[in-house]
Design a protein around this ligand. Structure first.
Ligand SMILES: Cc1ncc(COP(=O)(O)O)c(C=O)c1O
Length: 364
């Protein structure tokens, strides 16, 4: 089941085509997938580290300033050092700036360091932005860097003929993270790390266990253990396989398409409301907006008010919303991941934000 799922995922990403076959292994989540992506990048740049450990060279990794914090966890675990993970500036749409990336790479080379990894995001955690893959592939080739895409949240857009353009060029990446436990609604945890380089997972993660576990017999090809950093693994493939069998690619396509329609309606309702304001673009299924009762409040006051609003709604027993900060503004972070959500649910939520916000604002 796991091998069949990996085949399907690789086809969607484009790592499996007429000329190549992609590879992969299921992992505990996007964080571990990103860790393995960075580990393959480290192995690609300096294979000796696996056997000899680090020498004196500083390896430098690049992600956008909107990337998920799992990049820092990976830099920590892999001995890169979190200070050597550079947060490259993003543009006004929250997408990594290719020119800022080149500048950051050049600066690290000038310092005598060794750039090795570019980590793009497909569907950033707060804004849902998609970093530009083709431009960054050119940069990765220019400097011989590994190009990883964190699609933990945004990857299922590939099911949709209408929206897959958001991930244009993803087949050009070296590795790709995909969470089934986010937009595919599979119960947590279920995720995969994919790569278009056959053998790279075994080379990077493999080693040991040959004397008792990994027998070179007729079942060897079914044992994915050497591609993993785990020994025992859960049978997460079973629930993904069943979910996928149940609704198929077209079922997931419908989910993505319906949610995009719901998102567009939600953004429109916010834009038509005098008290609610979008605080960033919404290219995907993340809607970040602020309750703003009057023009007199400054950003510090608005932050306090919007945090209090989210906390109050969490105790009311209705929809549970969280808050997040983007470009200095704090707002309500609505993530649309459940395609059973109706327009009436969204309207009730927005009305409730306004009512709760008004009560809090009147209380001062
Ligand atoms: C873009 C992105 N990458 C990675 C992760 C981490 O995924 P997981 O919780 O499956 O480790 C998240 C979680 O929200 C995310 O939004």
């Amino acid at each position: 089941m796991e091998q069949e799922l990996i085949n399907q995922w690789n086809r969607l990403v484009g790592f499996t085509s007429a000329s190549q076959t992609g590879d992969g292994v299921m992992v505990s989540g996007g964080s571990q997938a990103n860790l393995i992506g960075m580990m393959m990048a480290r192995h690609h740049a300096c294979p000796d580290i696996k056997t000899n450990g680090f020498g004196h060279q500083k390896l430098i990794a690049f992600v956008s300033d909107q990337a998920h914090y799992s990049g820092q966890k990976a830099a920590n675990v892999l001995g890169i050092g979190v200070d050597n993970l550079i947060a490259v500036a993003s543009d006004s749409d929250g997408r990594m700036c290719p020119s800022a990336l080149i500048e950051a790479i050049e600066q690290s080379i000038e310092k005598g360091h060794k750039p090795f990894y570019i980590g793009l995001t497909a569907g950033t955690t707060v804004l849902g932005a998609f970093d530009p893959v083709p431009q960054c592939r050119v940069i990765a080739d220019q400097y011989n860097l590994w190009l990883h895409i964190d699609g933990a949240w945004g990857a299922p857009v590939l099911f949709s003929q209408q929206h897959k353009h958001l991930l244009k060029g993803c087949e050009l990446a070296d590795s790709f993270s995909w969470d089934a436990h986010k937009l595919m609604n599979v119960p947590i945890t279920a995720a995969v790390i994919l790569t278009r380089h056959q053998g790279m997972l075994e080379q990077t993660c493999g080693g040991g266990g040959g004397d008792y576990l990994f027998h070179n017999d007729e079942n060897a090809a079914h044992n994915l253990g050497q591609k993993s950093i785990q020994c025992g693994r859960r049978a997460d493939a079973l629930k993904v396989w069943l979910s996928w069998k149940a609704i198929g690619n077209t079922g997931f396509e419908d989910k993505v398409d319906q949610l995009q329609i719901l998102k567009d309606g939600c953004v429109e309702a916010i834009e038509n409301s005098p008290q609610l304001h979008m605080i960033g673009p919404a290219p995907y299924l993340n809607v970040l907006f602020q309750y703003r009762p009057s023009a007199d409040l400054n950003e510090v006051q608005l932050r306090e008010l919007n945090i209090a609003l989210c906390k109050a709604m969490q105790t009311q027993g209705g929809a549970f919303v969280d808050y997040a900060k983007y470009q200095g503004k704090t707002g309500i972070r609505l993530i649309l991941a459940n395609s059973d959500t109706q327009v009436s649910d969204i309207n009730r939520l927005l009305d409730n934000c306004i009512k709760t916000g008004a009560t809090l604002a009147n209380q001062g």
